[in-house]
Design a protein around this ligand. Structure first.
Ligand code: MGD
Ligand code: MGD
Ligand code: SF4
Ligand code: MO
Length: 906
């Protein structure tokens, strides 16, 4: 089964089962590597998360394995260095800083994408041996409010349910979750279950009409941050209609009366006002919840990423506890985790206010357990700095050395420009990365090359508590090493060799398992004790296993839930309902917009991986802001024009996507674009660092911003064989295409010497003989077109005009792959148009088969397709991973509506 480790020397050629490195669904994948070293990726039919399915990102994994851009060796102060030199320096600077300023002057900032073994070692080193709890993780930006909410209600950070609950429920409520795009395989399981059992209902609560909301039976386009009011209202409604489970409440919970009392005083009219919802829609949702025994409430970043996120979580949990809808098949609150190992990070205690193995740092008994188990000389006694505070402490000079691992805080933390400045001023910054050039690696004193997915061994835990192996199927390139190895080597240099003797991931995993059962008499939820007994070979072969684990043979199905017995991990054993004071709606200052942020279907976070795949990039290739047509009209912003979005924190410049999917007064911008891919599209530059008072999680989804139309003097579009070194334009956005790059451009300042500008962009030396630069210009109309050929092959083309350029992107990009061009073909490039024989496919909808919106519309109008399946039959669209099926439905509906209108008009 195993293919050797990153440091092993014998990666085999057989099929290796591993786990997808993207979202928290945690799908099993099977990787096959051929003799030439090329990997093929398929879904693992035996994995209980996906049973063989993959979404568009998982299906395109092989395209992201290119070594281009990888960090292949350590660097110190901008120069290549050996591991010895780099590790010596890291250890020396950390030791000196600790000696001079104490353990709290250093910090680690890690990630929910670290494997459990990496995470365990980082946490042990900081909390047990350096003696500070200054280790926090990007999970602070992601799951912290859920962790805090779980602990308040259950006494432990427990996700009680299983994926099968979504299939067995009669009502699934999705709160602040764009499940169709962010947990696609789980969403497909849900939609398939509803197709099989049409009585099942899906409710989506989201200010935007997402693809998820369009699939739902009921969409509540809630006012941002009013979820707590909505669920408080639900609790009151359940109590008033006699729908609470009095027996369950009495036997297994406390705090119901206080929680209920806190919901009083919000009359139906006020509730409608607070939530911005139609009272009839609220009533329908409440009735569905009341009348349905099997209810699962799935929640995600629309809940967590809020300055009232913890309260939102508890408002939801209150309703499930009040009705006893927890711990039984088809019921329960279900926090779906984002990153592949968000759960594993919580299990090892990676957050600054946790300990390890789900123990609490504030609890002296827990500290005693961990101190004895680790034989720790100076266990941290109090919580460390949470992510936002941590970077503010760096800014203030209180933290003087930081080690960042597997995350890109220069882009993903709020007030990101301040984060960049803080890191620039920080005396010592270490970054462990897989990629050489990110917005964060640019700020590092020491860069440590990390073995990436497919090259390293370890475990991850998915949203349903299932631990799966990630296995290496190819050798780590260059000098890249697993993160746990770098941490271990530094620990040894700091004098802790005895406590960090690890030679492989299995040894670390066994220790982690041993801690979970150490002095654990059933008082702690996280227990995988029996796995201590795994040999190296058994660890290599380990099948996915859901915790708690009771014995070694405990893998696979059936599903395991917690709390079905009504026992919780509070001192009294009873769950707590929490009184929630729902915040009053705060009116937006005049002419300000609410900035909502989040994800798109085919990209992952800061684009370091999905940005390498032309197929994934084709879906949405540019940073954009969804804006309502009324607002766009009022601002004088045209379709495909540009928007400047700004506030006192910073500013971004993105494409306008005019759509009534967002409500008037709000804009939605994805979090993905960085300075590597766009001139100014790091959305966290305009997100204020306001946090939830309990969890410390930033409110990433409701910044107050100003929005203006940006009016350039010219717009441009280019295709380039080589990535440009620098782009001299106020707006640019770069995206990978098959044989090069495509580039969107705009600027308010006119260009006086276009040929010179083009040469700089395309890296053509003045007088370079092998290059022919063809030009077409209509200076009066502001139109400039260039096509450059080196040895008769197209190396770049640029199209400039006073309006957004209408050239077919796909067609132009394909010309880069063409062989030597005849004169006639060269002029066709300049004309920038597909001939009649190759129609423009339109924006790519199906990334698996590169089927565009125009092609899908043509299948409806021209070929009479009347369903998503019929469209699939003639175009292939939607027939592989299925991630785009909802979008195909949307186009189908749109074309039909349009046709109907035309018929009426005719
Ligand atoms: N394609 C893709 N999938 C991913 C990721 C990715 O980068 N790309 N990242 C993974 C990670 S780490 C995470 S954490 C998850 C996140 O998964 P999700 O939470 O589903 O994704 P988001 O797009 O961040 O936000 C979800 C929705 O919250 C809505 N929202 C905003 N404000 C509110 C509010 O006040 N109330 C309610 N009810 N809703 C609100 C937004 O409109 C948005 O549609 O996705 C994971 N999966
Ligand atoms: N405005 C706004 N901001 C947000 C969010 C939002 O919705 N809105 N979402 C937040 C959430 S939920 C999350 S999870 C974060 C995500 O934000 P980040 O964690 O900053 O984003 P990633 O791009 O996933 O960064 C992971 C980095 O690790 C590198 N890497 C990959 N594999 C390895 C490895 O094995 N070892 C090492 N050392 N490095 C590796 C990748 O190249 C990449 O640079 O963003 C948060 N920020
Ligand atoms: S749903 Fe997609 S991104 Fe998430 S784990 Fe599965 S294949 Fe990977
Ligand atoms: Mo996340």
């Amino acid at each position: 089964m195993n293919a050797g480790t990153a440091d092993g020397s014998n990666p085999s050629r057989q099929c290796v089962k591993t786990t997808c490195p993207y979202c928290g669904v945690g799908c099993g994948v099977a990787a096959t590597v051929d003799e030439a070293g090329n990997a093929t990726i398929a879904g693992d039919p035996d994995h209980p998360a996906n049973f063989g399915r993959l979404c568009s990102k998982g299906a395109a994994l092989a395209e992201t394995l290119d070594l281009d851009g990888r960090l292949l060796r350590p660097w110190v102060d901008g120069r290549p260095a050996s591991w010895e030199t780099a590790l010596d320096l890291v250890a020396r600077r950390f030791a000196e800083t600790i000696a001079e300023h104490g353990p709290d002057s250093v910090a680690f900032y890690v990630s929910g994408q670290c494997l459990t073994e990496d995470y365990y070692v980082a946490n042990k080193l900081m909390k047990g041996f350096i003696g500070s709890a200054n280790i926090d993780t990007n999970s602070r930006l992601c799951m912290a409010s859920t962790v805090a909410g779980h602990r308040r209600a259950f006494g432990s950070d427990t996700v009680p349910g299983c994926y099968t609950d979504l299939e067995q429920a009669d009502l699934v409520v999705l709160v602040g979750s764009n499940l169709a795009w962010c947990h696609p395989v789980l969403f497909q399981r849900l939609v398939a279950a509803r197709a099989a059992r049409p009585a099942m209902r899906i409710v989506a609560i989201d200010p935007r009409r997402t693809v998820t909301a369009e699939e739902a039976d009921l969409h509540l386009a809630i006012r941002p941050n009013s979820d707590a009011a909505l669920f408080n209202g639900l609790l009151a409604h359940l109590a008033d209609t006699g729908a609470v489970d009095r027996a369950f409440l009495a036997a297994h919970t406390e705090g119901f009366d206080q929680a209920l009392a806190a919901t009083r005083g919000l009359a139906p009219a006020a509730l409608a006002d607070a939530t911005g919802l139609d009272p009839a829609a609220i009533a329908r949702f409440y009735a569905l919840f009341r009348e349905t025994r099997r209810v699962v409430t799935v929640f995600s970043q629309g809940v967590n990423q809020s300055t009232g996120g913890t309260d939102k979580v508890n408002a939801i949990l209150n309703c499930h506890l009040a009705t006893g809808r927890i711990g039984r098949p088809g019921t329960g609150p279900f926090s779906v985790t984002g990153q592949p190992n968000a759960m594993g990070g919580r299990e090892v205690g990676g957050l600054a206010n946790q300990l390890a193995a789900h123990m609490e740092i504030e609890n002296p008994a827990h500290r005693d357990v961990v101190r004895r188990f680790w034989n720790a000389p100076r266990l941290a006694e109090r919580p460390g700095l949470k992510a936002v505070e941590l970077f503010q402490a760096i800014e203030a000079g209180r933290v003087k050395a930081v080690w960042i691992m597997c995350t890109n805080p220069a882009d993903s933390l709020p007030e990101a420009d301040r984060v960049v400045a803080a890191l620039r001023a920080c005396p010592f910054v270490v970054v462990s990365e897989a990629m050489a050039d990110t917005d964060t690696t640019r700020l590092a004193d020491v860069l440590l090359p990390a073995a990436a997915w497919g090259e390293k061994d370890g475990t991850v835990t998915n949203s349903e508590r299932r631990i799966s192996r990630q296995r290496a199927f190819r050798r780590a390139p260059g000098e890249a090493r697993p993160d746990w190895w770098a941490l271990t080597r530094v620990a040894c240099r700091l004098g802790f060799a005895d406590a960090f003797p690890y030679r492989n991931a299995a040894e670390i995993f066994r220790e982690h398992a041993a801690l979970s059962e150490f002095d654990n008499d059933g008082s702690r939820d996280f227990d995988i004790g029996p796995l201590v007994g795994l040999s190296d070979a058994a660890y290599d072969a380990m099948a996915p296993v859901q915790w708690p684990v009771r014995d070694l043979g405990d893998t696979g199905l059936p599903d395991r839930r917690l709390f079905g017995d009504g026992r919780f991990f509070t001192p009294s054993g009873k769950a707590r309902l929490i009184p929630i004071a729902a915040p009053q709606p705060v009116p937006m200052p005049e002419r300000m917009f609410v900035l909502n942020t989040g994800r798109v279907r085919d990209h992952w976070h800061t684009l370091t991986r999905t940005g390498l795949s032309p197929r994934l990039t084709a879906h949405l290739a540019e940073p954009f802001a969804e804006i309502h047509p009324d607002d766009a009209h009022r601002l004088g912003a045209s379709e495909a024009g540009l928007l400047r979005i700004k506030n006192s924190r910073g500013a971004i410049l993105v494409r306008a996507l005019v759509t009534d999917r967002v409500q008037p007064g709000s804009v939605f911008v994805p979090m993905h674009w960085t300075d590597r891919f766009a001139s100014a599209a790091r959305v966290d530059a305009v997100v204020p660092a306001d946090t939830d008072p309990i969890s410390g999680q930033p409110g990433s989804k409701a910044a107050a911003v100003r929005v203006e139309a940006y009016r350039p003097a010219w717009y441009g579009f280019a295709v380039l064989a080589e990535r440009p070194r620098a782009v001299d334009a106020t707006y640019w956005a770069l995206a990978k295409v098959h044989d090069g790059w495509k580039l969107e451009l705009a600027d308010a300042a006119p260009v006086s010497d276009w040929p010179a500008w083009v040469r700089t962009l395309m890296g053509i030396a003045v007088g370079e003989r092998s290059v022919d630069l063809l030009a077409y210009r209509d200076a009066e109309a502001g139109i400039h077109r260039f096509a450059a050929f080196r040895n008769d092959r197209l190396i770049g083309a640029l199209f400039v005009g006073p309006d957004p350029v209408a050239v077919s992107r796909g067609w132009a990009a394909e010309r880069l792959g063409d062989g030597p061009a005849e004169p006639r073909q060269r002029f066709a490039v300049l004309a920038g148009r597909a001939g009649g024989d190759s129609p423009d496919p339109g924006a790519i909808v199906c990334s698996c088969f590169a089927v565009g919106a125009n092609r899908i519309a043509a299948a409806v109008t021209g070929q009479g397709c009347a369903s998503v399946d019929e469209i699939g039959a003639v175009t292939n669209a939607g027939t592989n991973c299925g991630s785009c099926r909802s979008e195909i439905q949307r186009i189908l509906d749109h074309v039909r509506r349009h046709d109907a209108t035309l018929e009426k008009a005719g």
